[in-house]
Every structure is written in structure tokens, then in C-alpha cells.
Design a binder for this molecule. Structure first.
Ligand SMILES: [Zn+2]
Length: 212
């Protein structure tokens, strides 16, 4: 039998049977194929979700990451990200669950948003009030983490987008590689943990530090 040269007619008897059956019930076959494709797609989504959840867990438990964000945003940010890693949350709920003042929670969320690692969705509740539902941007947090990792041994870091005044401690920058956004420096009263005053940089100066 010359199966290779006859594409349709020369196929095996078993395949012919299948085709015969299928042609009798083409709709059923199409439905089955569709169902199978749907199932496979759903499985792929689940697998991808599991992978990204695993990756997120890895990032959130790495002191390189948590150290950087808690220094530049504030303590409590780790708990906030852990909470958000379980799913999107409205800021009122976040502050409630973390026992944090709403303004403080919003400040931290905005700071995280400055790095692009959390984003929000605006909705209207039943009374017509705007609500802000926050979530982690999985892709952005992975990118952010990669940059921190890549730059760990060089004089590079990461600047948030929503800030133009930055601060560093001349004494500690060499070892810590931390550039503080205005908010973080303000909270520390412009003093480094070592006791020295922080030095102010504008965005271009901060970028020069990053790229030095
Ligand atoms: Zn210092």
C-alpha cells in the first residue's frame, strides 16, 4: 500500500473508519474537537497561572526585593504585596486588613504604582462612588525584580515614574545602591539610617547615578 503518495484514499483502514464515522456525525466531531481545544486552553491557562504565582512568591520572599521596596516605600509594603498576591483588593479593604490608615495605604499603593508594580482599576459602586481596585502587575514586577537582580552588583537601581526629586546617602550608596524617592526620604526626615543627611538629586542626576 502506498500511503504516502495517496493523501486521502490510501490511509489506514482504522483512520478510514474514523473518518467515515466522523462524516456521519460531523457536528458531534466538531463539537468534540472544540471541547478538547477548550480544555487544553484552560489547562494551559491554569499552568501559566501556577507558574506566575510561583514566580511571584519567589520574588516576594527575596530580601533583595523586599529590602528595596521597604526602604524606598516604607515598612508594611511587604504585607501589602503579600495581600495583593492573593488577588485584587479595594484600597479600603487593604487598609482594613493591614490595620493601616487609609491615607497611608493609598500613599504606599501610589508609590508602588510609581514603580509600575501595582495598578488599579476604577469602578463605581452602587452609590455611585468611585472605588479603586488594586492588583499586582505580574509582568512589571518580574521586570522590576530582574532589573534589581541584574543591577545588584553594579551601581544601578530603579527609579519610579511618578517622582522627580530623589535622595541618596553619599556614605551608604556605594554599598546599599538605594535611591530614595521623595516620599521615602521625606518620611525618614531626609536622614539616612546611618545618621547622615541625604543629598537631593533631580531626576537627571538620579539617572546619572543609575547609569554611572
Ligand atoms: Zn547613610
Amino acid at each position: 500500500m502506498t500511503t504516502k503518495k495517496t493523501p486521502k484514499g490510501g490511509v489506514s483502514g482504522r483512520k478510514r473508519d474514523v473518518e467515515a464515522k466522523a462524516s456521519r456525525k460531523p457536528a458531534k466531531k466538531a463539537a468534540l474537537v472544540k471541547l478538547k481545544a477548550k480544555k487544553e486552553a484552560a489547562e494551559a491557562v491554569v499552568k501559566k497561572e501556577q507558574e506566575s504565582r510561583g514566580r511571584l512568591k519567589e520574588i516576594l520572599s527575596d530580601s533583595l526585593f523586599t529590602g528595596y521596596v521597604s526602604r524606598t516605600i516604607g515598612t508594611g509594603v511587604e504585607e501589602m504585596l503579600d495581600l495583593l498576591s492573593a488577588g485584587p483588593q479595594i484600597d479600603e479593604k487593604i487598609s482594613e486588613k493591614l490595620g493601616m490608615k487609609i491615607n497611608e495605604a493609598r500613599r504606599m499603593l501610589n508609590a508602588l504604582n510609581g514603580y509600575g508594580i501595582v495598578r488599579y482599576e476604577v469602578n463605581k459602586d452602587k452609590k455611585g462612588w468611585l472605588t479603586f481596585k488594586w492588583h499586582i502587575d505580574q509582568k512589571a514586577i518580574v521586570e522590576f525584580y530582574k532589573e534589581l537582580g541584574v543591577n545588584k552588583n553594579s551601581s544601578k537601581g530603579k527609579l519610579p515614574d511618578n517622582c522627580n526629586d530623589f535622595f541618596i546617602c553619599n556614605a551608604c550608596y556605594k554599598t546599599q545602591k538605594v535611591i530614595f524617592p521623595f516620599e521615602a526620604a521625606f518620611e525618614a526626615e531626609f536622614k539616612c539610617e546611618c545618621g547622615k543627611d541625604m543629598k537631593m538629586l533631580d531626576r537627571s542626576e538620579a539617572l546619572a547615578f543609575l547609569n554611572a
